[in-house]
Design a binder for this molecule. Structure first.
Ligand SMILES: *Cc1c(COP(=O)(O)O)cnc(C)c1O
Length: 427
């Protein structure tokens, strides 16, 4: 697999390099030079999740890893299902929260950990990542206890739910967590600064586990195929998919699935009021505003770092950006949709409900709708209980971590202070 840097096209890397490096020069994102296409998608959809996924990923990775190796990585990473549930006539929820940290980021995080271990050149590795909640947990659990890999996770203090925080800040060992006195964008910009510091980068073998890392996106392609595989051929021919978006990794993966041959009629890019992308699609102007805290806080991102990949893919495929649907959902509206879904007999948290809302508004006759449920309702228990007046059950993995000691350090959004933490993590 060859990939190039979107910003500096002459920088070309292998899959292994892209996974180890995360970002290219000048903070450029890597993008595949060639995308395979599957001519017989129907046959592919007949296969089970793990073998189909390893075929897709093997076709992307090429001969850098053998098919057997890829099958083993996928088998280790995807040890939980991605079922679709019928919510009402013609509308399905894709449940991506059956992994160990109950959010879709388990797919990407676990495949990345497996890939990195497979392509390591034996040097030091420090994973530095910023999280608005779910990435941190997924990455921490995916890398926990791995030898020679240190993980440093930054998150905005007080801006993620307590249950979420407990899930990844209580592990210890090779997992170091830092609460930053600022918002998610500040965390993300600290990560970028660290990547810009070439000397530091080499000294500690810096690597990002953000959705910046191509391996995470590659893993996420697979569950779009898995959703289609659970539908009838007639249903999936007119498929419209609504993706609750923050950093836009999930939507990038969906569009990549389409580029590989998955028939998807339309995608809807849905955000909360942090609506940089929907406004851009409307006006053609990229005008990020300060990030606003919402009840769907994993989507509180105003400078989504995967967007350039979507533009690149659309440019290559000749897909006009105007073919992309868009939706913006406020907290009040998402609460309404959580209630509406509950009345339909489906318990959903705000991120999934946001995707449902714009899908429901925009779905036309004869189309099949799919909205992505990116987190287990219990991960957003406070919000869901508040909306529904319930006391929903907390699954065992969350309950266990809720009572453990929080091991995080607290830091201002200051790069020098972060450097000290990164160096200390080496010891
Ligand atoms: C990360 C996350 C999102 C946003 O996904 P992106 O790939 O960053 O667009 C949505 N919902 C939940 C629950 C998340 O954790």
């Amino acid at each position: 697999m060859k990939l190039y840097n979107i910003k500096e096209n002459d920088e070309q890397v292998s899959f292994g390099q892209a996974v180890r490096q995360g970002l290219g020069r000048n903070q450029g994102l890597f993008f595949p030079s060639e995308l395979p296409t599957f001519s017989d998608v129907d046959a592919l959809l007949e296969e089970d999740f793990v073998s189909r996924s390893s075929k897709i990923l093997s076709a992307l990775i090429g001969d850098e890893l053998s098919e057997e190796q890829v099958l083993e990585l996928v088998g280790n990473a995807f040890q939980f299902p991605a079922p679709i549930k019928s919510v009402k006539e013609g509308v399905y929820a894709l449940e991506l929260f059956h992994g160990p940290t109950l959010a879709f980021k388990d797919f990407g995080g676990r495949f990345m950990a497996q890939s990195l271990a497979a392509v390591t050149d034996g040097g030091k590795i420090t994973i530095l990542t910023a999280t608005s909640g779910d990435t941190g947990a997924a990455v921490a659990h995916a890398f926990y206890g791995m030898e020679d890999i240190n993980v440093v996770i930054l998150y905005p203090k007080g801006k993620i739910s307590r249950l979420q925080e407990q899930l990844f800040c209580t592990l210890g060992k090779n997992i170091h967590t830092v609460s930053i006195n600022s918002d998610f964008d500040a965390c993300q910009s600290l990560v970028k600064q660290a990547f810009d510091d070439q000397a530091l980068r080499e000294e500690i073998g810096l690597n990002s586990a953000n959705s910046i890392n191509i391996s995470r996106l590659m893993a996420q392609i697979c569950y779009y195929f898995e959703a289609a595989a659970q539908m009838s051929k007639a249903e999936r021919e007119n498929l419209v998919i609504s993706v609750p978006s923050g950093n836009f990794g999930n939507l990038t993966a969906g569009l990549l699935a389409k580029a590989l041959g998955l028939p998807v009629k339309r995608f809807i890019a849905t955000t909360n009021v942090n609506d940089t992308v929907p406004r851009y699609l409307e006006t053609g102007k990229w005008e990020p505003k300060p990030t606003i805290a919402t009840t769907s806080n994993a989507m509180d991102v105003s400078q989504p770092n995967n967007w350039p990949r979507i533009e690149e893919l659309c440019r290559i495929k000749g897909w006009g950006l105007d073919t992309l649907g868009k939706g913006v959902v406020t907290d009040e509206q998402s609460a309404e949709s959580v209630k509406e879904l509950n009345d339909l007999g489906y318990l959903c948290e705000p991120h999934g409900a946001i995707a449902y809302r714009s899908l429901n508004e925009q779905l036309q006759d004869g189309e099949t709708g799919l909205f992505l449920c990116t987190a287990h309702p219990a991960k957003f228990k406070e919000v869901v209980d508040d909306i529904l007046g319930t006391d929903i059950e907390v699954p065992a993995p969350l309950a266990k971590h809720a009572v453990m000691e929080n091991l995080s350090e607290e830091l201002n959004a200051d790069f020098e202070a972060l450097k000290a933490v990164l160096r200390k993590a080496q010891k």
